[in-house]
Design a protein around this ligand. Structure first.
Ligand code: SIN
Length: 526
């Protein structure tokens, strides 16, 4: 088995993983980054709306908006860190470092927009392709760094811990410690070991365990599943946020329709043209996401309609074309001219508010294992996330984790670097049709039984189906040669089960976890 040795192994090349890698490399450490594929193949790249940059605003007001959106469940310490460190992180990493070209007004000041749950205009953006503008600039810096090795298409299989994988068995008596990961090199078709002093999970979201999602392919909670298997603490997994508006025309793919459209005056209406959000929340179409997604769900259940509409009638045509070129072009490609007609929309799985428990320096409950970005849970989002805080969280968490790791690593090399046990790979190939079908079954099960509105009966059905699937997949995993598809399926089933388990254990409707009692009434609310 090939063994690669490095200072830091970063699993995931989105904004959190890349920002961490850059800071460690700038401090003189070597970094291996595992990327799904091209720099664009991550959820950060698909972010449309923007990133909170409230340098001149009232920090107390931002903290209050985050806490209100979280349904009062956010961790005050995590909120305080984001509000305090956020502006400096944006300035250091994006404005001065990567020199991202955000939209500016005629006087050269950053253009500020608004989204649901925000009480002021405090979001900077690059038209409606903010994630792409950020990731392209950051990816250029990653490629230019001689200390970072970016391995595109390499997939982490499992974390290495002293308890499970050290050749020297006596090391299992040491505290639970991570020392890298087994990693599949899909071109060679072989599993290698990357031995690292610090391992960072930055694997992003879990949206693709649901049938409809705004997430990139492959977003099935790889980090959550791997962390679970080594015994790391997980939390708040029932809080899966559904974005209220993805494009919904029959035969067309579902894609994100940014909330910034509502921030600029777009209004949700049903197919009879009624502004149904006005009766639901004082902020109408700009209410926090969980409330809007559930209201749309209720509206569709009552009417039997296939979608509701986002009406942009109050916006100038030129403004729409200039400010939202991405959504405009994508919708036009599927026959909807958003300068002239409303956009058909439905909700879809978007963001995991819970995840791998991490402190404010990205530390998990496993020594030398960090989690940052969407896969982590510091409690920042509580039970529901405020729009345009996710990219900011990536920056703040990456900066804090790297700052702490630089200090740790500077203290000197590992006393005795562990040698991993060799990986044994069976020769048989898993039937790709079965693998595809099983993944589809996970996604249908989660959408139907663990989605926007849950009940204990639906959740127990989901659990029965997923437990059986997990047995099946375990058989593939033990007896077949690994492929990226098989690793994805194994992690998807595990992540889905963890979400269902967390949802079933929490009878209290709060934020984006909504439990309906069997006879149709909602469960107790917080
Ligand atoms: C959007 O543009 O609506 C998504 C932004 C976010 O999830 O923060």
């Amino acid at each position: 088995m090939r063994v690669i040795t490095t200072d830091c192994l970063v699993i995931g090349a989105g904004l959190a993983g890349s920002a961490y890698a850059l800071q460690m490399a700038a401090s003189g450490f070597t970094v291996e980054v595992l990327a799904l594929g091209d720099p664009q193949d991550c959820n950060s790249d698909w972010a449309q709306g923007g990133i909170v940059y409230d340098a001149e605003g009232d920090p107390g007001l931002l903290a209050a908006d985050i806490t209100t959106a979280s349904d009062g469940a956010a961790n005050p310490a995590a909120v305080a860190q984001l509000v305090k460190d956020g502006p400096r992180a944006v300035e250091e990493i994006l404005l001065r470092g990567a020199q991202v070209e955000f939209d500016r007004d005629a006087a050269g000041a950053l253009d500020l927009t608004k989204e649901g749950g925000h009480s002021s205009r405090r979001i900077i953006h690059a038209a409606d392709r903010t994630g792409h503008a950020i990731l392209s600039a950051v990816a250029r810096q990653v490629s230019a760094s001689s200390r970072i090795t970016r391995r595109a298409g390499w997939v982490a299989v499992d974390l290495l811990t002293l308890s499970h994988n050290a050749e020297d068995e006596s090391r299992r008596y040491e505290p639970l410690t991570c020392f890298g990961a087994y990693v599949l090199d899909p071109i060679a078709g072989e599993v290698a070991a990357v031995v690292a002093r610090k391992t960072v999970l930055a694997t992003g979201g879990i949206g693709q365990v649901y049938l409809h999602s705004t997430n990139q392919p492959g977003s099935v909670g790889h980090g959550v599943a791997m962390a679970y298997r080594v015994g790391a603490r997980l939390m708040d997994l029932e809080y899966v946020q559904f974005h209220p508006t993805v494009f919904a025309r029959e035969g067309a793919p579902r894609f994100l329709v940014t909330e910034a459209l509502r921030g600029e005056g777009g209004v949700l209406v049903n197919l009879r043209g009624e502004r149904f959000m006005d009766a639901v929340h004082p902020r109408g179409s700009l209410a926090p996401r969980d409330i809007v997604a559930r209201a749309i769900h209720r509206e569709l259940a009552a009417s039997g309609d296939p979608h509701v509409c986002l009406d942009l009638g109050g916006l100038e045509r030129d403004f729409i074309r200039r400010r939202f070129p991405g959504v405009h072009a994508k919708c036009l490609g599927h026959g909807v001219d958003i300068t002239r007609e409303p956009i058909p929309v439905v909700p879809a799985a978007h963001f995991l508010c819970g995840g791998i428990h991490a402190d404010l320096r990205g530390r998990t409950s496993v020594r030398d294992l960090n989690a940052i970005g969407e896969t982590a849970c510091t409690g920042l989002h509580g039970a529901n996330r405020l729009a345009s805080t996710s990219l900011l969280e990536c920056l703040v968490a990456a900066r804090a984790a790297a700052g702490a790791d630089v200090q740790d690593l500077a203290a000197g090399p590992m006393a005795s670097p562990p040698r991993p046990r060799a990986w044994e790979s069976p020769g048989r190939e898993a039937d790709p049709l079965l693998v595809r079908q099983d993944l589809l079954q996970v996604r249908h099960t989660m959408w139907n039984y663990a989605g926007i509105v849950r009940s204990s009966r639906r959740l127990s059905r989901a659990r029965r189906i997923l437990l059986e699937l997990r047995e099946e997949v375990h058989g593939f995993y033990r007896g077949c040669r690994l492929t990226p598809q098989l690793i994805e399926l194994r992690n998807a089933v595990q992540t889905a089960l963890l979400v269902v388990h967390a949802a079933a254990l929490n009878p209290r409707s709060r934020g984006c976890h909504f439990i309906e009692e069997e006879h149709g009434r909602e469960g107790p609310r917080g």
